[in-house]
Design a protein. Structure first.
Length: 262
């Protein structure tokens, strides 16, 4: 594996060549700063996004933009200290501005790599705005926990509405053990209480300790395997994206051409 191509370490003279070597693509890792139960550090999501994208950059040569450490975490409430949440409208605008500036630096394929579940809605909104504003910018939204079926199955094994669960704990045990309080792991399990519910309730109404799932079942070996899958499967998806072109060449702004005689 080569070294990752980190946007923050490259000069303005080097970035055009980096992009030319990677089909004008860039990765934007997006995480969150939020409570992760009594056993995991609050930076878990952005630490994971950063680590995955560093390795994917090393595997593919695609430059990696600096990781966003904050996200849309309003659902975690104020019951537990540690969560620093962005309003979803602010997050949409933040990512829109980052994407627009990346476009002006030469990016034409932008991969939004999301490691926090409820970032998905504002990131999708940012995608919509960016592709409408920049006709030649292609934007992909990829959630690390569902990048492939095997990765998804591992994340959802112990809870449908999981958080700080077996998978996330194992990943940190393998990749960032400083974030894990091993003496709290065994007694941090809390079941998923969302089955059959009609409404999307905040975490203060679904969890006793900020956890949903079974972190007590986690181990570092499992986490290392899961991390390797995430890097491998995301790298494969990125490589596919490097050669993708739109199915049709039509401009966003039109106009459509009417058929003769219609």
């Amino acid at each position: 594996m080569s070294a990752p191509v980190l946007w923050s370490e490259r000069t303005w003279e080097e970035i055009p060549g980096d992009l030319a070597n990677a089909a004008q693509a860039a990765l934007l890792p997006v995480g969150a700063t939020e409570q992760h139960g009594p056993h995991l550090g609050c930076g878990m999501d952005f630490v994971l996004a950063d680590a995955v994208c560093r390795d994917v950059s090393a595997c593919t040569g695609v430059p990696m933009l600096p990781t966003l450490p904050y996200g849309c975490s309003l659902g975690h409430s104020r019951r537990w200290p540690g969560t620093i949440a962005l309003d979803p409208l602010v997050m949409t605008e933040l990512v829109r501005q980052i994407g627009a500036q990346a476009y002006h630096s030469g990016v034409r394929r932008l991969f939004l790599v999301n490691a926090h579940v409820t970032n998905a809605a504002p990131l999708r909104c940012a995608l919509e705005v960016l592709r409408a504003a920049h006709d030649h910018l292609m934007v992909a939204l990829v959630n690390t926990a569902t990048v492939s079926e095997r990765v998804r199955a591992a994340h959802f094994a112990d809870a449908e509405d999981w958080h700080a669960n077996r998978a996330e704990t194992a990943l940190m045990q393998a990749m960032a053990p400083a974030l894990v309080r091993e003496d709290r792991v065994a007694d941090s399990d809390d079941p998923d209480r969302t089955e059959g519910l009609v409404f999307a309730h905040p975490v203060n109404r679904t969890s006793r300790n900020g956890v949903t799932g079974s972190p007590s079942q986690a181990n570092a070996a499992e986490g290392a395997e899961l991390f390797a899958w995430m890097v491998e499967d995301l790298s494969a998806l990125v490589r596919r994206g490097l050669t993708e072109t739109p199915p049709l060449p039509h401009s966003y702004d039109g106009p459509a051409v009417a058929r003769k005689g219609a």
